[in-house]
Structures are given as C-alpha cells and as structure tokens.
Design a protein around this ligand. Structure first.
Ligand code: NDP
Ligand code: A1CAB
Length: 278
C-alpha cells in the first residue's frame, strides 16, 4: 500500500536509520517522502541519502509544516532542545512521534503545548530488517485516524503493539534494549566456539541459526518456552549439563537483572526530565 504521507526524522542516528531502512523496503513511502535531519553532521545526512534515496537536509532547511508525521530520534539528554526546536514550526494537526527512551507523552504534550498530537513509540534496531517489536502509546489529544496512520507506518518495520504507557519502561527493558542481550549472548557463543577451535565464520552462522530457530519455534509453536526447553533436554544428557551450568552461574537472575536494569533506567530518565521541566 502506498500513501502520500510525508515523514520527517529529527535525529539521524542508528534508530532513525533502522526505521528508514524498514520503511523504504516496503515501498509504502517513496524515498522522497522521507526527510532526515540532525544537529550538525552533514556527512551523515549525505550517507543516508546515498543509502536509501531519502532527503538528508540540514535542519534549518527543513520546512516542517509540509510533513504529516514528525519523528524525534535524538538521545534523551537532547530531548528538551529537540522538542523546543520544533515547537514553533508545527501545528496540532501534525502528529509528533518520539522514539526516545523514558520520554513520556505527558512531557511531550507539556513542552509542545497547544493540545499537540503526540505518540510515544519504542521500536528496536531490528527495524532495519522489518523485524522490530514496536510499542506505541498515544497521547491524550491524538485522533484515532492518526493512531492508525502510526500503526500502518510502524507496521513497515515489524510487529506493532499498542500498550498502556505505564508498561512502556518494561517494554523498553524487554524489546527496545532486548536485541543487545541476544548480541551479548552471541558474542559469548562466538568467543567460546573460537576458544574451542571453530572458525569465526562458522561460529557466527551456527550461533545465529540456533537463535533464529528457537525464536521461530516460540512464534510458530504453541508449546510454552518451558515445554520447548524440556523437549531439548534428555535426562542426564548434554543439555541438562549445560542448563545446570547456566543456573549455577546465575543465568536466570542475570536475565531478570538485565531487563529490570534497563526498565529502571527508563523510569529514571522520565523522573530526571520531569524535574527539569517542572
Ligand atoms: N539505538 C536503539 O537501539 C534504540 C534507540 N531508541 C531511542 O532512539 C533515540 C536515538 O538513539 P540512537 O539513534 O541510537 O542515537 P544516535 O546517537 O545514533 O543518534 C542521535 C541523533 O540525534 C541527532 N540530534 C541530537 N540533538 C538533535 C537536535 N536538537 N535536533 C536534531 N537532531 C539532533 C544527532 O545529530 P548529530 O549527530 O548531528 O549530533 C544524531 O543524528 C534515543 O533517544 C534512544 O532512546 C529507541 C529504541 C532503540
Ligand atoms: O540504550 C538506549 O537507551 C536505547 C533505548 C532502547 C535501546 N537503546
């Protein structure tokens, strides 16, 4: 499905690129319907233009009034500057999405004012291959039409989940930050494989295929993860030995700590920013 929608990314880093890559692949928007801008890295704007055909334009040359959707994608520490920099150029009919961790719709509405339509979004970098798990929480002034626009735009980058905003920190801990936990796991798989004589190329391919296969089983089969794990585990076999070593080394606790660590950091960002604005 193609549309006339025009989308502006304010912030042109890793997350913006992953989303642009996914959106352009679907053909829902032609590249010229997308602009990306940043603070001052012109080489990066040219790079995105060369890779995806989108417009990469310096901030002061982007006419925000001609875009339907504005997606903020700078770091949370730059949120205040970022939001204030668009405030006087937008109207409430436009929808402002933010992918910033810890930035609430309340913060966005307060800083932008005028009953601005806002949506908090948490994608992940698997957007690059259209495999993101993306959450959205609409603000209080956004129309159902624009929620649907957001859903169909974000469907270009993977699965979309509409969640209550009080679950957004947890979602961030599981899915926004989540790919990094699997990359970390993979780094250790590779390291161990190399230390035991396997080539780096083989280790990467075999480790990734194993993670992919397990993920597909969890998506396509009805058995619980516990059942799927038990199906791999023969009594007194190799998996039992591996799982025992994992438990003895705090594997489960480490996963819980990782998710809660990220979740708590998201909450901390929210409360620190509230202190700045109030
Ligand atoms: N990376 C990830 O996996 C995910 C990230 N996010 C969120 O996405 C956001 C961006 O992360 P990421 O892409 O990794 O960060 P990057 O550091 O890669 O990119 C940040 C971008 O923001 C730009 N920028 C900063 N301030 C402004 C401003 N005032 N106006 C316009 N552009 C500005 C920077 O421009 P310049 O280089 O010119 O300074 C840069 O292009 C974060 O808030 C993060 O929480 C959400 C989900 C996943
Ligand atoms: O690390 C971060 O803060 C961002 C948000 C989720 C993933 N990356």
């Amino acid at each position: 499905m193609s549309t006339n929608l025009r989308v502006a990314f304010i912030g042109a880093g890793n997350m913006a690129e992953a989303m642009i890559s996914g959106i352009v692949q679907t053909g829902m928007l032609a590249p010229h319907q997308i602009v990306a801008t940043n603070r001052n890295n012109e080489d990066r704007l040219l790079e995105l233009h060369n890779r995806y055909g989108i417009q990469g334009i310096e901030r002061d040359k982007v006419q925000l009034s001609s875009y339907d959707v504005i997606i903020l994608a700078m770091k949370p520490k730059d949120a205040e500057n970022g939001f204030l920099s668009i405030k006087d150029e937008i109207v409430p009919e436009q929808v402002v999405m933010s992918v910033l961790a810890g930035i609430s719709t309340e913060y966005m509405e307060e800083i932008l004012q005028d009953r601005q339509q806002v949506i908090r979004v948490m994608p992940n970098t698997s957007s690059m291959l259209r495999q993101s798990a993306t959450a959205i929480s609409p603000g209080q002034h956004v129309t159902m039409k624009n929620v649907n626009v957001a859903k169909s735009l974000l469907a270009c980058i993977g699965e979309v989940y509409m969640i209550e905003e009080d679950q957004m920190d947890l979602f961030t801990g599981i899915a926004g930050s989540g790919p990094a936990y699997f990359y970390y796991l993979m780094e250790h798989i590779e390291k161990t494989a190399l230390a035991n004589g396997m080539s780096a190329i083989q280790a990467r391919e075999i480790g990734a295929q194993t993670i992919l296969g397990a993920a597909k089983m969890m998506i396509e089969r009805e058995e619980s993860p516990t059942q799927l794990r038990q199906n791999v585990t023969s009594p007194n076999g190799t998996t039992a030995a591996g799982l025992e070593a994992l438990a003895q080394n705090g594997g489960g606790k480490a996963i819980k700590a990782a998710i809660e660590g990220a979740m708590n950091r998201s909450k901390e960002i929210t409360s620190k920013l509230q202190k700045i604005t109030i």
